[in-house]
Design a protein around this ligand. Structure first.
Ligand SMILES: Nc1ncnc2c1ncn2[C@@H]1O[C@H](COP(=O)(O)OP(=O)(O)OP(=O)(O)O)[C@@H](O)[C@H]1O
Ligand SMILES: CCCCCCCCCCCCC/C=C/[C@@H](O)[C@H](CO)NC(=O)CCCCC
Ligand SMILES: [Ca+2]
Length: 443
């Protein structure tokens, strides 16, 4: 139930020893033929993510299953932030392995992706700072054993945050491609975004929650309430290149399910993404405004706190990102909007919310071409939305971007979807027949 997988024993009875040996041999031979199954894995464990249970979860729930399935492992328990990323980037002998395993949350998974993708670009002499470069795809798949606070990437790709389920998807060698957004500031690469890139509300929640890391997962709730009460809005310009196919839309209520987002279903998308960089302004749309939040979700961002996610119909590997613009509104309206993330109501059905399915977008804060966080820390260059005392709670002129839980050092950014850049040991969220029927009736 609820997308959870469990191990089950099957007992075969046979009349004599030699038949038994024949069966064992035949079964082993068949398993060897399953080339999708990984045999050697490199495992990174973040011992301090989430409730600090990463090591325990791996040792108690995952390692015994790998052992049973004859999957050999090298395990690295990280000693500091960026340990896993640097190890992958420079040291790890990747030819020895069939895949990587990340035991931790979204932040740890982001480290692994950054390490692996950077290593792949270096090996292929691709310049990450060039926003128009075609990135090389890593050959190793990544498995996520959820042990963080939000674990939204695991939840959105498997349907549950359960270490045993994730371990079994790794063992059977599932494969799910995944879109990644690259984020640049002018011609310098900042980061990849794998789940939520958020300015305004989520940027403020994350900035505040980083100061409360000692609180564990509860830090997000406390920072969320504080940010909600501050009720800040921010001015800026969003320019975007809409995804031109009209077959899908962020409001079509068609959730991404197992088998939908596979390379064979989305071949045409990868080719349209490789347009020359110089043509990039054709077909772009520009929106100026005062925003409570500018969010970009390249997958649904479903998590236990919001089971249908930030953009329920976003697809895992369709080469697009859903850009959600929440304009300045009253506190009660914003509360209604937030609340709809937690129930079945449509969070986009408000006059102050619009959502676009896009391939690329830029954000430029008002009154600034090159604002960086260093600039913001200097009072002299600080430009408030409302000069002098005001009653609008504008607080400060600029928010910051959160990128999978990390704060970006720049506010003016350019974002571009890298279609199916990485592959996970997952198969997307599986659906029961009743659930399919329900979606059909809804449509
Ligand atoms: N040994 C370590 N000591 C300190 N920090 C670490 C260590 N290993 C990894 N990290 C950092 O910890 C950060 C948070 O980890 P992780 O994502 O696993 O947990 P979380 O923040 O609780 O969960 P989530 O990202 O799902 O909210 C990561 O960004 C990672 O860079
Ligand atoms: C009235 C009730 C209001 C409830 C509103 C709930 C809305 C929840 C949407 C959550 C979307 C999470 C997307 C995941 C982002 C992760 O990459 C990031 C790092 O782990 N976590 C957060 O940003 C943590 C973000 C936490 C935000 C509160
Ligand atoms: Ca997508």
């Amino acid at each position: 139930g609820k997308h959870q997988w469990r191990c089950s024993d099957v007992v075969f009875l046979c009349p004599d020893q030699s038949t038994c040996e024949q069966w064992v041999k035949a079964i082993s031979n068949q398993i060897t033929l399953l080339t999708n199954r990984p045999k050697r894995l490199l495992v990174y464990i973040n011992p301090i993510g989430g409730k600090k249970q990463g090591k325990w979860i791996y040792d108690q729930k995952v390692a015994p299953l790998f052992h049973k399935a004859c999957v050999s492992t090298d395990v690295i328990v990280t000693e500091r932030a960026n340990h896993a990323k640097e190890h992958l980037q420079t040291e790890a002998d990747l030819d020895k392995y069939d895949g990587l395993v990340c035991v931790g949350g979204d932040g740890m998974f982001s480290e692994i992706v950054h390490g692996l993708v950077t290593r792949t670009q270096n090996d292929n002499k691709v310049d990450l700072n060039d926003p128009g470069a075609e990135l090389a795809r890593p050959s190793l798949r990544i498995g996520i054993i959820p042990a963080g606070s939000t674990d939204c990437i695991c939840f959105s790709t498997v349907g549950t945050n359960d270490p045993v389920t994730s371990a079994l998807h790794i063992i059977v060698g599932d494969s799910q491609p995944m879109d990644v957004c690259s984020v640049h500031h002018n011609n310098s690469f900042l980061r990849f975004s794998l789940s939520l890139l958020g300015y305004g509300f989520y940027g403020d929640v994350l900035s505040d929650s980083e100061r409360k890391r000692w609180l564990g997962p509860a830090r997000y709730d406390l920072a969320g309430v504080k940010t909600f009460l501050n009720h800040n809005y921010y001015e800026g310009t969003v320019s975007f290149l809409p995804a031109e196919d009209d077959v899908s839309s962020p409001r079509d209520k068609l959730q991404c399910r197992s088998g939908m987002c596979l390379p064979e279903n989305t071949k045409q998308l990868t080719s349209t993404l490789l347009m020359p960089f110089s043509d990039r302004r054709d077909g772009w749309k520009v929106i100026n405004g005062k925003f409570m939040a500018v969010n970009a979700a390249c997958m649904s961002c479903a998590c236990p706190r919001s089971p249908k996610g930030l953009s329920p119909a976003a697809h895992l590997a369709d080469g697009t990102v859903d850009l959600i613009l929440v304009r300045k509104c009253s506190r009660i309206d914003f509360f209604r909007h937030l609340l709809r993330h937690t129930n079945k109501d449509d969070q986009f059905d408000h006059v102050f919310v619009e959502v676009h399915r896009v391939k690329k977008f830029d954000f430029q804060p008002r009154n600034s071409e090159t604002v960086s966080l260093e600039d913001l820390s200097e009072k002299s260059t600080f430009t408030p939305v409302c000069p002098g005392p005001c009653t609008c709670n504008c607080g400060s002129a600029h928010s910051s971007w959160t990128c999978d839980g990390e704060i970006l050092p720049h506010i003016a950014i350019q974002v571009s979807v890298q279609c199916q850049l990485v592959h996970l040991f997952a198969r997307g969220i599986e659906e029961t027949q009743e659930q399919q029927q329900f979606v059909f009736e809804d449509l």
